[in-house]
Design a protein around this ligand. Structure first.
Ligand code: FES
Length: 283
């Protein structure tokens, strides 16, 4: 296992991969830029990242196809062929959602993400070859190709898991933020002006304050998507737009209106006493 993590480190440090990943991510960013496309692929409509959920479908189908091949001794060729086909079909939305997420990454994360995508592409290509072999009546060849494809997919899954659990890609960057239960004095009321974004700290938790349509609003200043500074973003309509990847959060309740963020940005309660603004974590 130690050897595998060294391989991942090596991939992350291979800057030559940028010659492929940078132009490719630019193209994907352009294609996925429209709000409807970004929201559909990020899982903003669902309130959760879409890609990790979808990966279960092709991996599960291909794993079951190989399990059937190996345990039924070729007596259920149609069932395993259908499972291989199901995996191929479900790999399409899985790959699209992953590509959209990947296009928002940089540096080491993007290089490891590229290796993850290449491993999955190889796995899917081998499964397509397996499905064609099975259709032509070559069940044994199909079995071998599926096993090889599954091995490539498992390697890609290892990299995907490392991206999330080892490198923090896709995790909620406010997940470990402290809950502040007491009212904390953070600013004078007249420091918070209409349409301006002010960063304050409540017991070391960065908070973005603004006044919108005459109402004071407060959201955590660290964007949950990848940690961007919301206080350096801009107000658009009833939302704040993150300066890093353009996620849009509603000022009233932190709901994401545009991905890549898929979850609610934490909000803060506000109290004004003698011209001073106090905040605490919203319940
Ligand atoms: S950090 Fe990615 S949208 Fe905010």
């Amino acid at each position: 296992m130690f050897g595998l993590s060294k391989v991942v480190d090596q991939i992350g440090q291979t800057k030559d991969l940028d010659t492929i990943s940078k132009p490719l991510s630019d193209v994907i960013s352009k294609i996925t830029a429209p709000d409807a496309v970004k929201n559909a692929l990020s899982g903003t409509w669902l309130g959760h990242q879409l890609h990790p959920m979808l990966t279960d479908l092709p991996i599960g189908a291909w794993a079951m196809a190989s399990a059937l091949d190996l345990t039924s001794r070729g007596s259920m060729p149609k069932a395993s062929e259908r499972l291989v086909g199901l995996g191929i079909l479900t790999s399409v939305p899985t790959a699209l959602s992953g590509a959209s997420d990947w296009s928002e990454s940089y540096g080491k994360e993007q290089r490891v993400g590229l290796a993850h995508a290449l491993g999955n592409s190889l796995g899917t290509t081998l499964q397509i070859a397996s499905w064609v072999s099975r259709k032509c009546g070559h069940h044994r060849a199909g079995t071998s190709l599926s096993l090889a494809g599954l091995a490539a997919t498992m390697w890609a899954s290892y990299l995907g898991g490392h991206l999330s659990f080892g490198m923090g890609v896709g995790v909620d960057h406010t997940a470990f933020q402290k809950t502040v239960t007491k009212w904390i004095d953070v600013a004078a009321e007249d420091e918070v002006t209409e349409g301006e974004l002010l960063r304050v700290d409540a017991q070391n938790v960065p908070v973005m304050l603004t006044k919108h349509k005459g109402q004071l609003r407060a959201l955590s200043a660290t964007c949950l998507h990848a940690g961007g500074p919301l206080n350096k973003g801009r107000i658009e309509g009833d939302c704040v737009v993150c300066p890093w990847h353009n996620s849009r959060f509603r000022l009233t309740d932190g709901a994401p209106e545009r991905g890549p963020a898929a979850m609610h940005q934490p909000t803060w309660d506000i109290n004004v006493v003698d011209g001073r603004v106090q905040v605490r974590s919203a319940a």
